[in-house]
Design a protein around this ligand. Structure first.
Ligand code: LMR
Length: 340
């Protein structure tokens, strides 16, 4: 059972109407062909995703001579996990870049392939899966809910944090661990003996500080920029799972753009995502180095034997996902991941 403690009410009808009205105003204000693209995400600006999406806005403004503007709302300022997808469907926001882990509960369980513990060891393996037939098939499937998948963005590998070291399965016994809304990740935590608690990313730090949850998992760039090291005493570099993003728009928005504008936006996004992928490793490495220098948290590096115990304890998650999405997806990711 996944405990879901949603601190934020779903997008209220009032907010929807306000945002839609705002959106309409923004579009009407563009009578001279001016366009404003509203982009919302849940992480800090100084992260691979935050920086890449800011870069995207700069490229669009420069290449359209300012006629097309991109307004980026970081850190869940406009919408958070609980309401961003609804906002996209309603036209209250134009573009999102959610974690791949957040598509499963929207009706796209095949995206949880990327959540499988210990499936990927290197970014190269992930890129092969993303850029190959598998990744393109996943994005194409978003059309089932009238979304257009425009590309992927990397944020590297996740590690575990709590107020104790987490190096082997019995370290997790009884812990309430904040997770994204992914059944694979929830199963992973249960397989380790912990209790998964689904929470908005924007509520995670407060929940850790209040003791609502005991620990969590994320890449270091998120851990550092959300100042989680101030409310957790131990970070264990488990490198147990991957975290990446898909940039999405609604078909209605994408069709509304004139052809040349759509090409300009797509080309700018492709360049910004490539730039973001290139900095993802260094941003996470820099965050870890800063954490080490700060001395504010115990950082553990589990041994290969300890990681093997974590891998063995979570192997059952693969069968669970296979029962939900079918074997062909797992065979394809293994095939693309190995042959590339
Ligand atoms: C999380 O919710 O932990 C992450 O998806 C946040 C993000 O978008 O990196």
């Amino acid at each position: 059972m996944i405990i879901t403690a949603m601190f934020r009410a779903p997008l209220s009808r009032r907010r929807c109407i306000q945002a839609l009205a705002l959106g309409g105003l923004a579009r009407r204000a563009g009578a001279q062909g001016r366009i404003t693209i509203r982009l919302s995400h849940v992480v800090a600006r100084q992260t691979p995703k935050g920086l890449a999406l800011e870069r995207f806005g700069e490229l669009v403004r420069a290449r359209s001579q300012g006629r097309i503007d991109v307004v980026v709302y970081p850190n869940s300022l406009l919408f958070g996990d609980a309401d961003e997808m609804q906002a996209l469907q309603l036209g209250a926001v134009d573009m999102l870049a959610p974690s791949l882990s957040k598509f499963g509960r929207l009706g796209f369980p095949e995206f949880e392939l990327f959540d499988l513990p210990f499936l990927f060891e290197t970014r190269t393996q992930v890129y092969r899966a993303m850029q190959g037939r598998l990744g393109q098939a996943l994005l194409a499937g978003l059309a089932r809910q009238r979304m257009v998948g425009l590309g992927y963005l990397d944020n590297g590998f996740k590690h575990m944090s709590a107020n104790r070291p987490l190096a082997v399965p019995h370290d997790f016994a009884g812990l309430h661990m904040r997770v994204q809304g992914s059944r694979v990740i929830a199963h992973q935590m249960r397989a380790l003996g912990a209790r998964p608690v689904v929470l908005d990313f924007g509520e995670t730090r407060r929940a850790l500080a209040m003791g609502v949850v005991d620990g969590t998992e994320n890449p270091i760039s998120n851990f550092w920029t959300q100042r989680m090291h101030e409310v957790q005493t131990h970070l264990s570099l488990t490198h147990h799972g991957y975290l990446g993003y898909a940039v999405v728009v609604h078909q209605r928005f994408w069709a509304h753009l004139a052809g040349p504008d759509r090409q300009l936006v797509a080309a700018a996004l492709e360049e910004a995502l490539a730039w973001g992928n290139a900095i993802a490793r260094s941003e996470n490495e820099q965050a870890l180095a800063t954490l080490r220098e700060s001395g504010g948290i115990h950082i553990h590096d589990p041994s290969a034997a300890q990681r093997q115990q974590l891998r063995a304890a979570t192997a059952e998650v693969y069968q669970g996902l296979e029962r939900r999405i079918g074997r062909q997806w797992l065979e394809q990711v293994q095939q693309e991941w190995i042959t590339g």
